[in-house]
Design a protein around this ligand. Sequence first.
Ligand code: AMP
Ligand code: FE
Ligand code: FE
Ligand code: ZN
Length: 286
Amino acid sequence: MIDLHTHTTESDGTYSPAQLVEAAVDIGLEALAITDHDNFSGYELAAPLARAAGLDLVCGIELSTRMPRTLARHGRSVHILGYFLNEPPSDGYQQWLRQIQEARRDRNRRLVQSLNSLGVEITLEEVEAAGGHMTGRPHFAAILLKKGYVKDYQEAFDVYLDESAKAYVQRLEPGVPEGIHRIRSGNGLAVVAHPFRLNIRDHAEEEKFIRWMRDEGLQGIEVYHTDHGPGQEARYLGYAGKLDLAVTGGTDFHGDIKPRIKLGAGLGGMAIPRGVLDNLRELARA
Ligand code: AMP
Ligand code: FE
Ligand code: FE
Ligand code: ZN
């Protein structure tokens, strides 16, 4: 069993890198990828611990990119996973990541102002203390919950933080092609995360969009994911074959903020075949 999509406290997960390595060893995972949003700190902290424990740890990152305007009616940002950027990522790539982190910080400042103007008492210092390396909306949600502005985590998004909610402010995000190109020129492998969340309900349109990403340089598709039932799995496996994309899979484990999702198993029976990682490595070497 392997898990190629997980988050630590270095982004919006609740397990520290050390706790995540320990949990992976406990359940007997053969390989674990840490794919924190926008940064590599979790992977870097976990690497020596994994080595000592004999756990095969894979370096990953998850980037948020924007769908082209022509497709924006389908909503949402597109999450792209980059694998094997530890070899090491180019200077250009690291510099680009710093720009993304700065854009996030700027968004966070404006989000604090937006919440303040709605009568919510919250400060940048407070959210950054909760967030550490990558402060994101999940940390805002946790604080809104702790202070009693909302009754649960989801309500924080529904009422304040979601793209359609009243405090939302936009963040400068790279376009989909730029995300793919940056990962590839940084010597990484680019994979579309949880394609079901693209929220393109028409299958022909969905396939067309994934084909377009493939033409932009996308190399893989996350077939196995907690959000995917057997129908989605079969459909995405079909696209992988048809579009010549590598298959990947992971639970998107975030620890206690998403308590139903179990490391290595998702909501239950997910068992990502080991061969998936062997293929990815082969593709990365090629
Ligand atoms: P950020 O990158 O700071 O804009 O935060 C994005 C993260 O917030 C995503 O990765 C999700 O974990 C979470 N998120 C975004 N929208 C929602 C939503 N409507 N409900 C719950 N969580 C959400
Ligand atoms: Fe997340
Ligand atoms: Fe994601
Ligand atoms: Zn994720």
